[in-house]
Design a protein around this ligand. Structure first.
Ligand SMILES: Cc1ncc(COP(=O)(O)O)c(C=O)c1O
Length: 418
């Protein structure tokens, strides 16, 4: 029995009339994650722990976790309890709540940085990091790693992106991940002009196999940045608090000058953070930057409860163990069926791809579709996420569903699996 999506389609028809794209951004069909659209639901009705139900009542074990924010489990009683207590005391007050200071102390202590600045979304803090680096160094250029994603502000885009100007991108330089010779050359060619190097702690780009740093890579990047006065920015918005609660720079054995957090910071309550070293605090105090809701107290209360819960439960060890249990189970089935499944990235944020001979994603998409229609919510183009509420039993149920789905995909494509 596969799922039916009648109410999802009806709701999407209504949405399309009043909302651009119906669902916009990376949750929407325009991003490619809903292909094939016959397989995916569009709207949720509720969620709890690791499970989500759509508007047709279909139940999914959800490995997208809201694209990251679900880190403790949906509707976690401890995090929601702390948020509800804070609602009773006030949220958007004229003076910021003192809980902002509590949160900054907890966070800076955890990630070994000297200060924290809070915003709402990932793109708010990556943009602020760039502004601070430019102001501090008096330089314009930014080095990006190819296949990066740091949000949607014009400085993050390519000149052919709708709504972006050539001028927005004329200080952008690009290098491949793990390529120290190319980075060294780029720095030499742009001596004293580079404000910052911005990268995720490992390459977890979309539609590509994910890539971990080679031995010594980050230490060499750190050395080059220090030598040339380049600010080293780590975008830990996606991987932060899933590899290590101390920040992914600590996890890989180096120290960033600035590091951004967002998705796993408050279990879905809206807060992001830029944390930095002392020598950049003056720049962070000088560059004008603020927003109407950036000091609201409820997300701070949720963030404190969330980080404390992750710490108390050794969450990162759980993420790794569950990620490995799941991907090992999927690889076992793939081997038995002669399906070339590739697993890449960190187990807490595993990326999946069935390697198709023609280089397309068609077989992979077909398998994903068979999984989603049977209750495992995964995507064809993005890394997945593990959360603290995921149990071995749910993982084993997932393996069973995905294995059945893989069998179906193989049956439907006999010519590809002789
Ligand atoms: C690595 C990375 N940086 C930045 C962002 C942008 O975050 P937001 O969508 O909250 O602005 C994302 C979002 O997916 C991300 O994964």
């Amino acid at each position: 029995m596969t799922y039916k999506y009648d109410n999802n389609v009806k709701t999407m028809t209504r949405a399309g009339k009043v909302i651009p794209c119906g669902v916009y951004g990376h949750l929407g069909p325009a991003e490619g994650c809903m292909i094939p659209s016959s397989a995916y639901p569009f709207f949720a009705s509720r969620a709890k722990g690791s499970e989500m139900w759509d508007v047709d009542g279909n139940r999914f074990i959800d490995y997208m976790c809201g694209y990251g924010p679900n880190v403790c489990g949906y509707c976690d009683p401890d995090v929601d309890g702390a948020a509800l207590e804070q609602i009773k005391k006030g949220n958007c007050t004229t003076l910021p709540g003192h809980i902002m200071v509590d949160f900054a102390e907890l966070l800076t202590d955890l990630v070994h940085k000297d200060w924290a600045f809070f915003c709402k979304n990932g793109g708010d803090v990556t943009s602020f990091a760039i502004m601070i680096a430019r102001y501090h160094t008096g330089r314009k250029k930014i080095i990006f790693v190819n296949n990066y994603y740091h949000g949607v502000a014009p400085w993050t885009q390519k000149p052919d992106t709708p709504g972006t100007l050539i001028e927005d991108c004329c200080n952008s330089l690009y290098v491949d991940f793990n390529d120290i010779p190319a980075l060294t050359k780029l720095i030499e060619e742009n001596k004293d002009e580079i404000a910052c190097f911005i990268a995720t702690p490992y390459m977890h780009g979309n539609f590509i196999d994910n890539e971990l740093p080679q031995e010594g890579y980050w230490q060499k990047v750190r050395e080059l940045c220090t030598k040339h006065g380049i600010i080293l920015i780590i975008d830990d918005i996606r991987a932060g608090f899933r590899l290590s609660l101390e920040g992914s720079d600590t996890y890989f054995g180096f120290e960033a000058d600035l590091i951004t957090f967002c998705k796993a910071l408050a279990n879905g309550y809206n807060v992001s953070a830029l944390c930095g070293k002392e020598f950049l605090k003056s720049a962070a105090s000088t560059v004008p930057y603020t927003g109407s809701y950036w000091m609201s107290s409820v997300p701070f209360a949720a963030g404190i409860a969330n980080l404390n819960k992750l710490k108390a439960n050794d969450a990162c060890a759980h993420f790794r163990a569950m990620g490995e249990r799941l991907t090992n189970g999927l690889l076992k089935t793939a081997n038995e069926l002669n399906v070339p499944l590739k697993v890449s990235g960190h187990p807490a944020l595993f990326y999946l791809r069935i390697v198709d001979n023609d280089g397309s994603f068609l077989l992979h998409q077909e398998w994903i579709a068979e999984c989603v229609k049977r209750g495992v919510f995964i995507t064809n183009h993005h890394n997945h996420f593990i959360n603290l509420s995921l149990t071995p039993e749910l993982v084993d149920e997932t393996i069973e569903i995905c294995s059945y789905a893989m069998n179906e995909m193989v049956k439907n494509n006999p010519e590809s699996f002789r």
